[in-house]
Design a protein around this ligand. Structure first.
Ligand SMILES: [Zn+2]
Length: 255
């Protein structure tokens, strides 16, 4: 099961987009005869179009597919979380591609978000299976070595790596909210990010108030200059900094 496939004429297509990301409709690929030879972006094996009972459009490998494909054994839960992340990235007016693999195979992103000018990329990783802190740190560094920020997302309680790398726990609807009363002294020009309750991140915290931040909450910044301002005093571990852009309107829903 996957959301991306390679079309022989138009290249990569994305089942989560109305126009498949290339100006085609789902009807132009779904069960058409003669069949279009679509292939898996990861292993190159043939895939075919499907619609789930929940009306989700996706691709499935043809029978006899290779066992080594990365997208094969993912659960529906994992796929739905990826879909939510892609939807949130697009709602924030960034470009989102699902299931992207580095040309040299060094990384494989669930959702790769890119800014419109193409200068910034963030990999959003739906991490549902257990992973050690060392492994997740190494994978984070691999992204960083390639100039890509990463944010790890888990829906579970008590995940040990939350806070050790840029990460978010997303069980309920997560929203970035602007306080209608304006900035408070505690957060100065920072914007509190709540996962209902409790507080789980601060957008652009004031460098003067960094000592008031809980020691593990992620810190969201919009650019390298803000990241530099916040990490320079030495109170914030750069691993806690998550690069993130907000749309101009008041809030962004992560579902
Ligand atoms: Zn495959």
């Amino acid at each position: 099961m996957a959301f991306a496939a390679i079309h022989p004429e138009v290249g990569r297509i994305d089942a989560t987009l109305q126009d498949l990301g290339c100006g085609l409709s789902w009807a132009a690929v779904y069960k058409v005869r003669p069949r279009i030879p679509l292939s898996c972006p990861d292993c190159g094996y043939g895939v075919h179009t499907k619609i789930s009972t929940r009306k989700l459009h996706y691709f499935a490998h043809d029978p006899g597919r290779p066992a080594g494909c990365a997208w094969l054994n993912e659960s529906l839960e994992h796929h739905l979380l990826k879909l939510e992340l892609a939807t949130a990235v697009r709602a924030a007016d960034w470009h989102a591609e699902l299931e992207v693999r580095a040309p040299d195979g060094t990384w494989r992103a669930d959702v790769l978000a890119s800014s419109h000018d193409g200068t910034r990329r963030i990999a959003w990783e739906a991490q549902l299976s257990p992973i050690t802190n060392d492994d997740i740190r190494e994978r984070t560094e691999r992204y960083q070595d390639n100039g890509i920020d990463v944010c790890w997302v888990s829906p579970a309680d008590g995940v040990p790596w939350i806070g050790t790398v840029p990460s978010i726990r997303k069980k309920q609807a997560a929203r970035v909210e602007f306080d209608p009363a304006g900035a408070t002294a505690d957060y100065a020009y920072g914007i509190a990010v709540y996962l209902r309750r409790p507080l789980y991140g601060i957008l652009r915290p004031s460098p003067a108030f960094l000592h008031r931040l809980p020691p593990t909450v992620p810190v969201f910044v919009r650019n390298a200059r803000e990241a530099q301002l916040i990490t320079a005093p030495g109170k914030i571990d750069p691993a806690r900094v998550v690069h993130f852009d907000l749309p101009d309107h008041e809030q962004m829903s992560l579902i």
